[in-house]
Design a protein. Structure first.
Length: 314
């Protein structure tokens, strides 16, 4: 197992009102999952459910409130800065906004070469050769090294972001909605590129998205998040053929043309993570909710081999 996340939590402290009332935002609350070498875990859910926060906690770009993250057996959250800096060469991130994540003052060659310099991987001529190789690897010409980010399209900029992430020969890529800002055809090309790279280098992906079609195409396992918690976790085939949690059924029901036996149409809005509902967090919107759901919080339980669901009535 390459990555193991255990009971991860992140609570943000905020102040509200005239008298500065202290409140907590339960952004990520007791999240656990694991990713095998060479496999992809798709993390899905509505906006604001905690997907991107989870991604940043895994890479320790945010400090967690509690829990553990083990990468290749090493405790990421317990490392000092020097050890963490070395470990980060093996864990890289591709961000959602391909333009905002690239320095507009640096040309493409320097952007891709920067992690090579930071981690002291190669120097001089070898660095230039490595940059050219990475550009070709993601489908761009090495002759474009002196150009700047604004001279490229969105899809090309995302390829540059992927090339930069691959520069340090990582084992894990965290992909935070990498195709959400791209046209459908361009997004499909990026997904195909990621799948080819995974097969070539045995990469592991944490793929975060709200696009369930893309998740189905690229993932081996899928975790469904709702209001800071994982409510269902299983293989991609099980999730799309036999969804069990009512929220998962609702997400799949929103996909045009997808036929599922237990179709669910949601009503209402996602509750605030500042004051989440008692018991099961999904019960105010759940068409199958019973009185016990309002008082008793369900536990993520294995209902069949490799299929975990957080619902007391499944």
């Amino acid at each position: 197992m390459l990555l193991q996340v255990q009971h991860l939590k992140k609570y943000f402290q905020i102040e509200q009102g005239l008298f500065s009332k202290h409140l907590q935002v339960f952004a990520v609350d007791n999240v656990s999952f694991s990713i095998k070498r060479g496999e992809t875990l798709g993390l899905v859910g509505e906006s604001g459910c905690g997907k991107s926060t989870t991604a940043r906690l895994v890479l320790r770009l945010l400090e967690s409130t509690g829990g553990n993250v083990f990468f290749d057996g090493n405790d990421i959250l317990g490392m000092d800065y020097k050890k963490l800096r070395k470990m980060r060469a093996r864990m890289q991130m591709v961000f959602q906004d391909p333009f905002g994540s690239l320095n507009p003052r640096m040309n493409i060659g320097n952007i891709i070469a920067e992690p090579l310099s930071i981690h002291k991987i190669v120097k001089g001529k070898e660095k230039a050769e490595r940059v050219s190789y990475l550009l070709e690897l993601v489908g761009l010409s090495p002759t474009c090294q002196n150009r700047y980010p604004h001279e490229f399209s969105g899809g090309q900029r995302q390829r540059i972001g992927i090339a930069r992430a691959l520069a340090t020969n990582p084992h894990l890529l965290v992909l935070d909605e990498p195709v959400s800002s791209l046209d459908v055809s361009v997004a499909a090309q990026i997904i195909n590129l990621l799948m080819d790279l995974q097969e070539q280098f045995q990469l592991s992906y944490l793929f975060i998205s709200h696009d369930l079609r893309m998740v189905k195409q690229i993932s081996h396992q899928v975790a469904v998040m709702y209001l800071g918690k994982i409510v269902e976790l299983c293989s991609v085939n099980k999730l799309y053929s036999n969804p069990l949690h009512p929220y998962t059924c609702a997400l799949l029901s929103s996909i045009p043309g997808l036929r599922i036996s237990n179709r669910v149409i949601l009503k209402g809005d996602v509750p605030s993570p500042i004051n989440p509902p008692s018991g099961c967090r999904f019960h105010p919107r759940c068409p199958q909710a019973k009185p016990e759901c309002k008082t008793t919080e369900p536990v993520l339980t294995e209902v069949s081999t490799g299929h975990l669901v957080s619902c007391r009535y499944v």
